[in-house]
Design a protein. Sequence first.
Lengths: 488, 905
Amino acid sequence: MRPDHEFLQALTRRTFLGKVAGGVGAAALASLGGRINNAGSSANNSTTDPSKVGPHFAPKAKRVIYLFQSGGPSQIDLFDYKPGYRDLHGTELPNSVRGGQRVTGMTAGQTSFPVVAPPFKFARHGKCGMWASELMPHTAGVADELCMLKGMHTEAINHDPGITLINTGDQQPGKASLGSWLSYGLGSENEDLPSYVVMLSQGTGKNPGQPLFSRLWGSGYLPSNHQGVQLRPGKNPVLYLANPAGITEKARRDMLDDLARLNELRAETTGDPEAATRIAQYEMAFRMQTSVPDLTDLSDEPESTFELYGPDARIPGTYAANCLLARRMAERGVRFMQLFHRGWDQHLNLVKELRAQSRDTDQASAALIIDLKRRGLLDDTLVIWGGEFGRTIYSQGRIGAPGSGRDHHGRCFTTWLAGGGVKPGFEHGTTDAYGWNILDGAVHIRDLNATILHLLGLDHERLTFPHQGLNQRLTGVEPAKVVHQILT
Amino acid sequence: MLSASLRRIATSIALSVMATANASAQDPAATGAASAQDRETHWSFEAAKRPAVPNPESGQPRSAIDAFVAKRLAHEGLTMSPEADRRVLIRRLFLDLTGLPPTPAEVATFVADERPTAYELLVDDLLGRPQFGERMALRWLDLARYADTNGYSIDGGRHMWAWRDWVIAAYNDNMPFDQFTIEQLAGDLLPNATDSQRIASGFNRNHMNTHEGGTILEECRVAYVADRVKTTAVTWLGLTVGCAQCHDHKYDPISQQDYYRFFAYFNTITDKGNDGNGGVNSVPFVPVFDTEQTTTLRRLQGEIAQLESQLLAPDDELQAAQQVWEHEQANLDHSEPVLGPWRVMGPNKAATGNAAFATDFGPESDLDLDAHTADGEPLWQLREDLVDGKPHALPAQRSAYYLHRTITTAHATSVSLSLGSDDAIRVWHNGSLVVDKNVRRGVKADQELITLALQTGTNQLLVKIINDGGPGGVYFKMLDSGLPTEIATAVQRHDRDRSDDDRAALMRYFRLTVPALEPVRSSIAKLQTEIAAIHEKPSTTVMVMEEQAMPRETYFLVRGRYDVRGDRVTAGTPEFLPAMPEGAPQNRLGLAKWLVDPKHPLTARVAVNGLWQMLFGTGIVKTSGDFGTQGERPSHPELLDWLATEFVATGWDQKAMLRLLVGSATYRQASNCSTELLAQDPENRLLARGPSFRLAAELIRDQALAVSGLLNTKLGGPSVRPYQPKGLWREMSHFGSTPATEQVYVQDSGDKLYRRSLYTIWKRTVPPPTMLAFDAPSRELCTPRRGRTNTPLQALVLLNETGFVEAARHMGQRILQEGGDDLASRIDFGFELATSRKPTSAERDILIATFTREHSRFATDREAAAKLLAIGEAPRDEQLDSAEHAAWTMVASVLLNLSETVTKG
């Protein structure tokens, strides 16, 4: 731990209190996402080591919308298509291709690994001619906006370590999540909303899907004010946001004024700086009581919005509704919006389940890109779609059986990006004839994370935090590289 | 809106703080991380030497602590602050030593106590309260990563509360820290380990575990061992050894070899990589009996002892009968049955352990020892290596093995067998099923004890061992048959050749078999059945440490990868630290004794620093989990060494150490702070003022419960489920599973809602949100130090969460019932409940205005009052006027939200 670290953080916070006009807003903001970008930089020069907190260079994207598809979507059946799969259908996956790849305990006992061609129609789309499955018609419609990474890979082969690795940079718990790093590194652009917001949804394909963990948006060793704040459907979109029954907004305002005056009197006697900070926190809490319902109240959206995102967007808590909320947050300057959609774990019943999972998500994902573009936000918003790993070309269960599916596959999977600084209508990476190994354009999830940070103006090697004797970073101790080939 | 005066304060704070920052940009007390050179002689790796206590420049310090602190202050041109007001002191002591605020009556008594030892007497009182153990447990649970769920994957339920109760009791009993250490690290290895010592060893079973389907067992098991290593090192050594799992430590002198030698201590446990499904603890675990069960067991054992002495009482008639019996037996054939060699068939693979258990792979219905495969290979293999009386490994996979042998006897007799299995077991004797146990466990002797009535001639014994993954194993031993050997020998001796032992054994055996004593024996058997019934249904179980019968070998793992083994290593402590004490065993017990060796440079320093951190907010070494070269150096090195040596010299007495710390003038200072001092020492590392900082999450909630009168002070027991927003678990968990696996939150009601927060169920993937908001860790990993942030989410919890609103409502009721008759006395009463002091007149005026305004608001809107008063389950006194009660609820909410209330002053 650098000795002056916490002191400097406290200092930055207090500096706002004194320097920023109106004071309280900025100070409160500092508490849920580091600091304000603009105002922060002046204080930053005098107080904080510039290598610690960014941006380190001019960013291409100001914010990120991460559409996380939890469970491991099948790249074979959605995007990483080869007509040759048809010829290989039913043949045994050669050992030379499998290459001793370890498999999970679920198919380790299988004696045969027969190739299953995707049971869906595929076609090329857009000017770029990108392959996409019939399950993703809307996504296919925005092919020319997508930057498709077919050479993604990971070491993890099970959900818990896999999803923890991609979100926090390590298979074991305890590290800081991508969103909390962005909050720590860049702060927020909105005084009244957290800088890192998380929304969950459950797919209709596999229900329940694999579980989620709060560590996926946790702050690990970073100060806990950088952890993701969950936005939930219902009366309390943020936990405990609504006043108790019987307490009106006016009554709350009056009460908070009394509270502030009492805290103020006490601060004058004791000189306790925390009291002043605390007053500011209560002020932000009060403003959130307005700003969050404003955000989640969709009554100001025209009919065309729901046509674009689909009818699910009217149902709180669905993936479509969360996509629409992400766009509304992007407009309001939230730094990092992360959706977690569960149910992409098609060991069994792949045909039926994958169809349902795709139907849940396809239209709204594409709508988000169209919508952001129309509003001029796509240029500086990075949209990411992907899961923790992919799925095997071989069948889990007897080939052709209606209950069969595919096991986990970490050696290659597909993630797409769009907007903020990545090449549109672009494909990076190719896999072999079996969709099993990467031939070129390999992108480890560390590389993806390094690239995301890079697009936000952060150098993954300089964005560090001292903890337990080490300068911790999102990309960990193994080498990671920014994928320059995909940048505009 | 922020008033002008506050803005002025804030500005002056900020500006002065900035001025200092520009001058030094450093915490004045810290001396920074160590340079590379001093790795060789890093301060914390050298044994603490007792420093001389400095002479005070003026006045008489209360304790040695003050002399060290004053010396440093003088060096900085500062002096200590005066002693705090008694009301501040009592609140500080109560919160620090019990985690609860004092009642107004306790405050009044202390303020009026004119005895010179009033303060010390109060400290003794608090150290003796049961709430002391609960308070002390808080930090220990963070270090031990205590939780009620498994953490990985679906994050199913587990049962470790009996271990938590052990911790609370150990603190309350003032167990010396060396014993506290030994029992938690190696209680199971102590000679004649008691139940309590075995439970204590659960410390290192608190780590996360998984039962995710696709898991590779060894990968997970290695992660568990690594977690034990990390946690033990941070908790006792204050060292971060995790880096050395993959490579030599970059900064501290811990080699990767050292790491795996340390790893070896924790690598021979009978646990599995994938276990703990369905809300059942993962192996190894032991039953825990509650007070009622323990009392019953003790009574039953007493009654049995009494009946046994009755059984053996002198009796002429029986003695005569015994002589007749001895004559008969002397002439009989007592030859032992003969065991044939083992033949083994397997593995017979199955998808699951349950399938392997249920499937007949042939021998169960048709035992054909000559059976062949299609290729002509014999299915049964002769296995003469399976020597009786020791556990043998069976290959690790989901499968069933059959083991067969004959038992031949020349005369009808009975035989007692001891069997053990990893995991499940079924046994057939001449085709009849005699053991049928679908369990998951590591193999040990005596897991199954059976007696078979043998037919004359050849008997067939068929054993099926079912392994549900991980290592498998079997154990077999024939205990005795017919007459036990010693009895058979004794009975065939002539009476004059018999020893006293022979005679005693014969009498005992006779009395245990003679039909005349059957009624006594059946009474004993009945009592034993009652004991067995209690053992079948323990109050709970708790995971513990238990060594494997066949200890696993430990290998150096290349780059930390579970599947890339280097050379074999043996257990040992890191070379840069002192050697093991003479004669200490090379196991966890030896390791624990090594840690508490008085000469150990780290353990005592780390332990007293932890206590200091709890009281002063920051340790003398701020990085309380890292005393290595990358950690921060101590702000007061001599003071730390003096305290560490004092701790050892006083027999690791934790209460004595706390008495010393809170007795110091340093601790008793007022915490008021001038702008200049704040600028010079924002974190109070120099200690020119008393400790003041925001309360820990648990204390904030417990205090609200206490001052509202809702607190349920029951000590210990299973975790409870207070209010929680609906759906929080469901939206993240595997909600297809049963409530037993902690996938669904089923809120408690009644007095369980008002237990202290350390009893709130801790689900690792969705920790209690009111705790998380105030910087509680997820408990996934060992956490030596919590952060202290200040966020709007905290404001929302205190203002709106059901439990806090209910506390405000109940506190409002209390103010009305106990606060006197006039407005001012009620305000004063409520204010004192929350802060332990009376309000100033300015403060009182504000709160009177609050009440007056809210009262008129609710008087004109009775419906709003009724809604507010309906929040929470605690009944309300319906005699109270609703508008008045609602208005006092608002006043109480203001009081619970005061910065002062959530701060230790």
